[in-house]
Write a protein that binds this ligand. Structure first.
Ligand SMILES: Nc1ncnc2c1ncn2[C@@H]1O[C@H](COP(=O)(O)OP(=O)(O)OP(=O)(O)O)[C@@H](O)[C@H]1O
Ligand SMILES: [Mg+2]
Length: 248
């Protein structure tokens, strides 16, 4: 039986109300170190809002979010990032006119702004980190390529790399394989498996093939609440899940 000390992230009673509408309603979630958790559920279930609440983009109306023993609900977004939470949004936010190398370099934690990062000495530590991450995200041969010339999938990987180079303990990805080819989806699944050696990953995804490839556990959300949770096989067999999500 786990104790609360085993969880890297503990979310309890999380609620947010938008003009009286509870987009997230008394939600609890417990993530273990190095697990890949996937949140699935119909459109409007509140999945993205949960990530917004964890990363501090949206303020909770009620509830607690504990990450590595720290309470996040009162912290500012940049403090939450510094505490080790990395968040990838649906549309990649990469610098189009910089190369892959430069995109990774500016994301290195010593200089977050473009000017600041380019000004500092490219010491060995930064070079090593850039090359290591480029290898992980399958872009080692594209380091000198301008980011806007990458394929859609490669752009998504680059953005994951820009998070990885900051060494977050928790990585949150909102629909990372949307718009990707089948081959790119398979490689992204491989990538996430590698990432969880050193990180905990929270993913929102609709592609059930991909969910099956990556998920340790699945949380199904519906109307702001947890409808079902467990292995993919478990939630797939849950009649409540079939009714609201998988049945159509
Ligand atoms: N800032 C906001 N203000 C008002 N309503 C919001 C806000 N953010 C989200 N909502 C509402 O909360 C509900 C949940 O939205 P959310 O984006 O979290 O759903 P989702 O599960 O991510 O859906 P999808 O699968 O379509 O991405 C929706 O009804 C949405 O309109
Ligand atoms: Mg969403």
């Amino acid at each position: 039986m786990s104790t609360s000390r085993d969880f890297i992230l503990t979310v309890e009673g999380l609620t947010v109300s938008f003009d009286g509408f509870k987009a997230v309603n008394d939600l609890s979630l417990y993530l273990e170190h190095n697990e890949i958790r996937v949140i699935i559920g119909p459109n409007g279930a509140g999945k993205t809002t949960v990530l917004d609440l964890i990363c501090g983009k949206t303020r909770a109306t009620d509830g607690a979010i504990r990450f590595k023993g720290q309470e996040l609900t009162r912290m500012k977004e940049h403090q939450i990032v510094r505490s080790g939470v990395g968040r990838k949004f649906q549309n990649p936010s990469i610098y189009d006119d910089l190369t892959v190398f430069e995109n990774l370099e500016v994301s290195y934690p010593r200089g977050r702004s473009v000017m600041g990062a380019l000004a500092f000495r490219r010491d060995q530590q930064v070079l090593d980190a850039v090359h290591e991450v480029a290898e992980t995200i399958f872009l080692a041969d594209q380091l000198d390529c301008r980011a806007d010339l990458l394929s859609h999938g490669q752009k998504q990987w680059l953005e994951i790399g820009m998070l990885l180079i900051q060494k977050p303990d928790l990585l949150m990805l909102d629909e990372p394989v949307a718009g990707m080819s089948v081959a790119e989806r398979k490689k992204t699944a491989e990538l996430l498996k590698v990432i969880t050696r050193d990180h905990t990953v929270l993913v929102i995804e609709h592609d059930m093939q991909f969910v099956g490839d990556i998920a340790d556990r699945v949380t199904v959300m519906h109307q702001g609440q947890v409808l079902s949770e467990g292995s993919l096989a478990h939630v797939k067999a849950d009649p409540k899940v079939v009714e609201v999500y998988l049945g159509h």
